[in-house]
Design a protein. Structure first.
Length: 86
């Protein structure tokens, strides 16, 4: 998340530098390189964390489905009870 926030901040700085009058070409070039560096770090972090997030998502979905299945199995069928009462 820090890398994402930094990417957004550097991107904002770059946009401001490009819109400045007069444009400081060295500053713009340095910020462009910084954006690429931060994006590269962010990409590597996302490549590491994505499989973990996918695994956790699968596990949580399985738990939720299992819980709902258990609740459905434990719940008496209202239609059958009302027929017996008649």
């Amino acid at each position: 998340m820090v890398a994402g926030a930094e990417l957004k901040a550097v991107h904002g700085q770059l946009k401001s530098a490009e819109e400045a009058t007069p444009v400081n070409d060295k500053k713009v070039q340095a910020l462009k390189e910084r954006v690429v560096d931060v994006a590269t770090v962010l990409q590597k972090k996302l490549e590491t964390i994505t499989p973990i997030v996918s695994f956790l998502l699968e596990q949580s979905v399985g738990v939720i489905k299992g819980h709902h299945a258990d609740k459905s199995a434990d719940k008496p069928n209202d239609n059958n009870e009302s027929k017996k009462d008649k």
